[in-house]
Design a binder for this molecule. Structure first.
Ligand SMILES: [Zn+2]
Length: 296
């Protein structure tokens, strides 16, 4: 069986339903394999170590069903993944606020999840939104130029706010991003319960501080920092008219407990996976990288 762009029928509908449950956006569940469905299939394939051609053959079909089975298992018992394996931290499912194609939940290791929840509750209380593009990255996910081999996402210590929730529409986006010098950003959440502020907002088009936005905001960067989450810098390429995927304003990583020059990438992987689980996986070859030296 092969499904590809312009295919129609019940099988396409099934694929769309599965993709939706897994947090992808295939467009309407209408049994028509349009552009949105194809994009969602490519994303799924790339995250599951499959050739990202947007065509559903037997391998992709099987992977979709396996991923669905894992997803259902997680929903029934979301915190049970590491139970019984003493010494490992749990992966904890935490909520996010759905916005456009963003997710309504994601996974962090337990200490990062608790810290995130304290931030989430403050934002909720003020009437703001915290969106998500996901957090945990599968150990099987292929390493590519846009994906660091030693990403904090593998270790359960990083989260991404929904990439499409700022830098587009200053008047409506849930977040406003302002340049903070040296390729760093400061992220503000629009919230009725926030403080009145005037912020110089950056857009993808301008790539630097531009129009002033007056509204009520919470300083999300400070809220995250108080709980141990640090921001990262935009890639240099972003400022040379590179793709907006280099902006990285959405990425926050939990650095609490890490010692510069001492903590290793491998050591952090082993806090959430057994050695048997990580040894065959691509990230394990970078296990010797050291935090603050060659692992950021
Ligand atoms: Zn990220």
């Amino acid at each position: 069986m092969y499904l590809k762009e312009d295919s129609r029928g019940e099988d396409v509908k099934t694929v769309q339903e599965i993709l939706k449950k897994l947090g992808y956006n295939p467009g309407p569940v209408d049994g028509w394999y349009g552009q949105k469905t194809e994009n969602a299939v490519i994303c799924f394939q790339e995250e599951h170590n499959l050739y990202g051609d947007g065509i559903i053959g037997p391998n992709t079909w099987q992977s979709l069903h396996q991923a669905l089975a894992i997803h259902i298992e997680e929903q029934i018992n979301p915190q049970a993944e590491n139970d019984g394996q003493t010494g490992l931290m749990n992966w904890v499912r935490v909520p996010a606020d759905p916005y456009r194609d963003g997710y309504d939940r994601f996974f962090l290791r337990e200490d990062a999840a608790q810290a995130y929840m304290r931030v989430y509750e403050k934002v909720q209380e003020a009437g703001g939104k915290l969106t998500s593009s996901g957090a945990r990255r599968s150990l099987q996910a292929a390493v590519s130029p846009s994906r660091s081999a030693t990403s904090f996402h593998y270790t359960g210590r990083a989260l991404d706010l929904f990439v499409g929730s700022s830098m587009e529409n200053r008047a409506l986006d849930p977040f406003v991003v302002s340049s903070d010098g040296d390729r760093y950003w400061r992220v503000f959440v629009r919230a009725d319960g926030g403080k009145p502020m005037e912020i110089e907002a950056v857009t993808y088009g301008s790539r630097k501080n531009g129009k002033l936005v007056n509204d009520r905001f919470l300083d999300l960067t400070s809220l995250f920092k108080a709980e141990g989450f640090e921001r990262i810098r935009a890639r240099r390429s972003f400022f040379n008219n590179g793709t907006w995927l280099g902006a990285e304003w959405w990425h926050f990583q939990y650095e609490k407990g890490l010692k510069k020059g001492v903590s290793t990438f491998g050591g952090e992987l082993l806090k959430v996976y057994t050695e048997d689980q990580v040894r065959p996986m691509p990230p394990w070859q970078y296990r010797a990288r050291v935090f603050g030296v060659n692992w950021f």
